[in-house]
Design a protein around this ligand. Structure first.
Ligand code: ATP
Ligand code: MG
Length: 238
């Protein structure tokens, strides 16, 4: 089954992460997404603020109230391993479980993808799955071909255009139209209006007793307050 993989620290998970999954499902016609919290994220100066158990629980809650359509499932694949959470290893694990690289779509925001040359097994990891790059406020996907010019051959730009909201997918190098159902592992650049939300800002707001309404699903906020995560005040005192 064609499967999106949404990896991240999710400290905490928020509406921006869910919008990345929504963008990929809508534009690449994916029936399901695995949401995989990382255990020890490799590229961070500090360990996550809350435990992997809390981050997994929040991811599981976040996907519960989703509308009908593609299925979003939390996965403990990276949490059950004590190793650093390298994407290449995760993709190889999924392949060993029977998923074909042509059916795997690893989802990232444009800020994270701009750093991809520092990831383990770059550039071999591009043969392990499709990569899907979704725009983030202040990080347009149109900038990616200049940031990573050696990968231009593999890049396909997807945009929703015109009054009829027509979906257009074209290769960067020659403008040729491509179908996501037929292509070998490629890099899909998706222009999509994701909300201006970050986990860093949510943690700061909770510490400083500011509202996070609308930034995370309601049940995730209730969980954060129930356990006083990130210095949040309890639900009753809101
Ligand atoms: P932090 O502030 O702690 O870095 P974050 O909000 O950036 O957290 P991450 O867990 O670092 O979230 O991100 C996981 C993935 O989700 C990354 O690929 C990132 O680019 C993407 N992402 C996060 N927020 C957004 C957003 N608002 N729009 C688009 N992509 C996003
Ligand atoms: Mg981040």
């Amino acid at each position: 089954m064609r499967t999106g993989i949404l990896g991240g620290t999710f400290d905490p998970i928020h509406e921006g992460h869910l919008a990345v999954a929504d963008a990929a499902c809508a534009m690449l016609d994916l029936p399901r997404v695995l949401v995989i919290p990382s255990h020890h994220p490799p590229h961070r100066p500090a360990e996550p603020r809350v435990s992997p158990y809390h981050r997994f629980a929040m991811a599981a809650l976040a996907v519960l109230p989703r509308k009908p359509g593609p299925r979003y499932d939390p996965s403990d694949l990276e949490l059950v391993s004590a190793d650093r959470s390298y994407t290449a290893n995760t993709l190889r694990r999924l392949q060993a479980d029977g998923l074909d690289p042509c059916a795997l779509f690893f989802l990232t925001g444009a800020d994270a993808f701009a750093e991809i040359a520092t990831w383990r097994d770059y550039p071999a990891l591009f043969d392990l799955a499709h990569f899907v790059v979704v725009s983030r406020p202040r990080h347009p996907v149109a900038a990616i071909p200049q940031v990573l010019p050696t990968l231009r051959d593999r890049m396909i730009m997807g945009q929703v255009q015109g009054a009829r909201k027509e979906l257009v997918m074209r290769r960067i190098v020659d403008g040729q139209a491509v179908s996501p159902r037929k292509a070998p592992p490629a890099i899909w650049l998706l222009d999509w209006p994701t909300p201006d939300v970050s986990s860093t800002d949510i943690r700061r707001r909770l510490r400083e007793n500011e509202s996070i309404a609308g930034m995370v699903p309601e049940n995730v906020e209730a969980y954060i307050r129930r356990y006083g995560l990130y210095g949040a005040s309890p639900e009753a005192n809101r």
